[in-house]
Design a binder for this molecule. Structure first.
Ligand code: MN
Length: 532
């Protein structure tokens, strides 16, 4: 029997359906390119008929990636299958993935169909899909709660109709590993034409058993695993790709199975997902969490130092996790800094390097250890927008804040060599300092969104502030990092304000110098506005 497990990634379909994980087309393409670099065998790129946006992203991914099979999901309906085929047909290796529920519960309550009618519909759908595409997968939705004899009849019939992969999902995350193992063995032993198709697992994590169930299915003879990066997906998510792959790799002795995944691309893939979606990976997450390879206890540290195998079952390098311990400090020179940039794959010219080094030195004065994540944040900060000659820059600020009092801010900005200082008050230090900026630049704007996040752990961490502001020329995003969150807030606001002023200046010139209406700040406070 073939000992290679096909990794079917559904991050862009099942994963993207989860709240908070939606991605635009460009983001999906970026993710798809990384999945190709990771070495996944199949990318489920979306559900083509769900919306025009879904259709377009499946089509773009199908045209973009070369090595993996590109699949679109579709119900067992002619119009769904047509849409799926239209979306994937330009792929080097297209697949149509169609599905129909087979459990009595779904048949009676959802589809209102008899078992025989559902079997006929499944066969028709597979046959129709095979008329278009040589690679057809059929899923028996809610397989784990489907009658075992009926399951064998459906599997045999869809294989006879041309299905090349048959998926037996635990759609609602209800089954246990023993049940999955028995379910797969039953099909492997009883379906006469089973050697003509690959059996697939698709397990959900409602009871925290998705990976255990997937591995049980593979051990029983399944050879495709459907999974998502970081285990994202509907409800509690799908089986995590990195856990299945490292389970197979680390316990090769037990499973005797391999995959085509380049494991050292695992951590970069998880980090890209985090960066695109903005959803943080839990520190304790297996394989890719920040603590997955951290040894805090003295006993463990001693053991790992004498022989890593005492407490490490796999190396951080094998999954692409770099050593994030102390990398640089205040005594590091520009040479060491430049080397680190190089290792991080950051390419900058000499002028930008000098500017970054100055920012690094300023940070090292305030923060004991500077990690890779800090450097990446600095680079994004310094190179996000090349400071224009006529930009406002921050010279100084002072804020006071306390219980039962207004917060006051005094901010000094510089533009074209000229300094301007303003004071403002508000309900908090962020409010008052942003208002002082607004008074200096003499241009009012709305604060639509404000987010702050620590770049690394511990108290001296950099704070990364992201703001979204708007005026009648549009919406502008700004980003600023500092060990002081008020400084980060002012920097992110200036980052956005400078872009806004460029545009409003251009608009004013275009309209023959329309007057910029000066806002009366004190009115706001009286009428109870909390932001502008
Ligand atoms: Mn699912």
């Amino acid at each position: 029997m073939d000992n290679t497990v096909r990794i079917f990634d559904t991050t862009l379909r099942d994963g993207e359906q989860a709240p908070g994980y939606s991605m635009n087309i460009e983001e999906k393409l970026r993710m798809a390119r990384q999945l190709e670099a990771l070495g996944v065998d199949i990318i489920e790129a979306g559900f083509a008929i769900a919306s025009p946006g879904d259709f377009e992203s499946v089509r773009r991914i199908a045209r973009e990636v070369k090595t993996p099979v590109v699949a679109s999901l579709c119900r067992a309906l002619v119009k769904d299958i047509d849409a799926a085929w239209d979306a994937v047909k330009d792929a080097a290796r297209p697949r149509i993935h169609t599905f129909l529920a087979t459990s009595d519960l779904h048949l009676e309550c959802k589809l209102k169909m008899s078992r025989d009618a559902a079997l006929a519909r499944a066969v028709d759908a597979v046959r129709y899909a095979r008329g278009k595409c040589a690679d057809v997968e059929f899923s028996l939705e809610d397989a784990s709660r489907t009658d075992r004899d009926y399951m064998c009849r459906v599997v045999e019939a869809v294989i006879a109709a041309g299905a090349t992969t048959v998926n037996l999902p635990d759609t609602v995350g209800y089954a246990t590993p023993k049940e999955i193992s028995d379910m797969v063995a039953n099909v492997m032993n009883r379906v006469p034409n089973i050697d003509r198709a690959v059996i697939s697992m698709h397990c959900h994590d409602d009871l925290g058993l998705a990976v255990a169930n997937t591995l049980a299915g593979l051990a029983a003879g399944a050879r495709q695993a459907e999974c998502c990066v970081c285990g994202i997906g509907e409800r509690a998510g799908n089986a995590a790709l990195e856990e299945i792959v490292m389970g197979l790799t680390t316990r090769r002795d037990l499973y005797g199975l391999a995959s085509n995944i380049r494991t050292e691309e695992i951590a970069p893939t998880a980090q890209l997902l985090e960066k695109i979606t903005g959803v943080k990976i839990a520190p304790s997450k297996s394989i890719v969490g920040a603590n997955a390879f951290a040894h805090e206890s003295g006993i463990h540290q001693h053991g790992v130092m004498s022989n890593a195998k005492t407490y490490e079952i796999m190396t951080p390098e094998s999954v692409g996790v770099r050593d994030t311990a102390i990398v640089l400090g205040k005594h590091s020179g520009q040479h060491a800094f430049a080397e680190r940039l190089n290792e991080l794959g950051i390419k900058v010219g000499p002028a930008a390097e000098a500017q970054l080094f100055a920012a690094f030195k300023a940070l090292a004065d305030r923060k004991k250890t500077v990690e890779d994540r800090d450097i990446v944040a600095l680079v994004e900060n310094e190179t996000g927008r090349t400071a224009g000659a006529h930009d406002w820059t921050l010279k100084n600020y002072f804020v006071s804040s306390g219980k039962k009092m207004y917060s006051t801010a005094c901010v000094t900005l510089v533009k074209d060599g000229k300094e301007m200082t303003e004071t403002a008050y508000g309900t908090g230090p962020v409010f008052s300092s942003i208002r002082a900026v607004e008074k200096i630049v003499k241009h009012s704007f709305l604060l639509l969104d404000y987010q702050i996040q620590a770049v690394t752990e511990r108290r001296d961490a950099l704070g990364e502030v992201r703001v979204k502001i708007s005026d009648d020329t549009g919406v502008y995003r700004g980003r600023g990092v500092s060990t002081d969150i008020i400084e980060g807030s002012i920097l992110s606001t200036l980052n956005a304000v400078n872009k806004m002023l460029d545009d409003s200046h251009a608009a004013a010139l275009g309209q023959g110098a329309a007057a910029v209406v000066q806002h009366t700040f004190e009115d706001d406070l009286l009428t109870g506005h909390t932001d502008r």
